[in-house]
Design a protein around this ligand. Structure first.
Ligand SMILES: NC(=O)c1ccc[n+]([C@@H]2O[C@H](COP(=O)([O-])OP(=O)(O)OC[C@H]3O[C@@H](n4cnc5c(N)ncnc54)[C@H](OP(=O)(O)O)[C@@H]3O)[C@@H](O)[C@H]2O)c1
Length: 305
């Protein structure tokens, strides 16, 4: 991948939180024009103060960005980084008419079902899903703490012309992320899902960090990893359950999932986008997932307490 300075792109960021705020600030400080799309109060803060980032690998810095409550002009790409629970409402800020026919729509959400929903709303050739591995937290509007020593992005899109993906990947890489353009969308999204679903469901269900889940609930973790791998395989994305377990074992014991953090903070859970989507895919392919079903049932109806 080339990393030389590119012609500046115009990039909108819908949902400038942990993920969106970090990417917006990195892109803006590299020289791209960035327009954050957010609610009125956040727009006011961002337009006045910019986005401040605290990051080990990227340093502490503040980047100036533009901000608006909705997109009003065509852009090269719109990165979507709201939580799944806010996606429908947030998309009101991204009218297809304003975006035009060429702007890429790049969702960074966890889950596997949102690309199809976006392709109903925008042109299929515009929708380029991304999977991101990062730990980044919105402490307040425009204040982002990037806690992981990495920010790795897999950019994909079976329906998107490759040169469009490469141009955006170049911009993100030039801004500091590690970016791979992958040519199998299902594999890319399910690879993330296969790791995330067991981790998120079990840490949230038991209110325990990963270290306790993998020792105290080992049998359930193993069964859930195997179920998830079977669904992933049936969805066209083979994954190795043993490798997934080995990855959990390598994480620091205090690691928490973002679903668990949402539960602790009383925020809505991305349960339907992760657990719900897993069950729907299992049903579609006739895969039995009793452990996942029980966990989703136990977590459903979570009301933030
Ligand atoms: N954070 C991570 O480290 C991480 C890592 C990998 C994947 N992910 C995934 O990335 C996605 C985003 O997560 P996140 O942690 O970045 O979320 P987040 O920090 O909660 O940020 C979400 C942002 O969406 C904004 N928002 C909510 N409703 C909106 C609306 N109607 N219109 C416009 N903006 C709206 C919020 O605005 P306000 O600031 O105004 O409240 C907030 O800035 C999720 O699917 C998550 O699972 C996150």
């Amino acid at each position: 991948m080339k990393t030389e300075r590119l012609t500046p792109l115009t990039i909108a960021v819908l949902g400038p939180g942990g993920v969106g705020g970090l990417l917006a600030a990195l892109l803006a400080r590299t020289g791209h024009r960035v327009i954050c799309l957010a609610a009125e109060e956040t727009v006011r803060v961002l337009a006045t103060d910019g986005i401040s980032v605290r990051s080990g690998p990227f340093g502490d810095f503040t980047a100036r960005v533009e901000a608006d409550t909705e997109l009003r002009e065509p852009v090269d790409a719109c990165l979507i980084a709201v939580k799944a629970t806010a996606l429908d409402a947030a998309l009101e800020r991204l009218p297809a008419k304003a975006l035009g026919d060429d702007g890429l729509v790049v969702p960074f959400l966890n889950g596997v079902e949102h690309p199809a929903a976006l392709r109903e709303r925008y042109r299929p050739e515009q929708v380029a899903p991304a999977a991101i591995r990062v730990e980044s937290t919105r402490l307040a509007p425009g204040v982002i703490e990037h806690g992981s020593p990495f920010a790795e992005i897999d950019l994909t899109g079976d329906t998107v012309p490759r040169d469009r993906l490469d141009a955006l990947a170049g911009a993100l890489e030039g801004a500091g992320a590690r970016v791979r353009v992958t040519d199998d969308e299902a594999r890319t999204l399910w690879a993330k899902m296969s790791f995330l679903a067991p981790f998120a469901l079990l840490t949230t269900r038991y209110g325990l960090p990963l270290g306790d889940v993998r020792t105290l609930h080992r049998e359930e973790l193993t069964a859930l990893v195997e179920e998830t791998a079977a669904v992933s395989r049936a969805s066209g994305a083979p994954v190795d359950p043993a490798a997934a377990l080995a990855r959990y074992d390598a994480f620091p014991p205090g690691t928490k999932s973002s679903m668990q953090r949402d539960a602790e903070a009383g925020r809505p859970l991305e349960l339907d986008a992760i657990g719900g989507a897993l069950l729907r895919a299992a049903d579609r392919h006739g895969v039995a997932v009793p452990v996942a079903r029980e966990l989703v049932r136990a977590l459903a109806g979570w009301d933030g307490r």
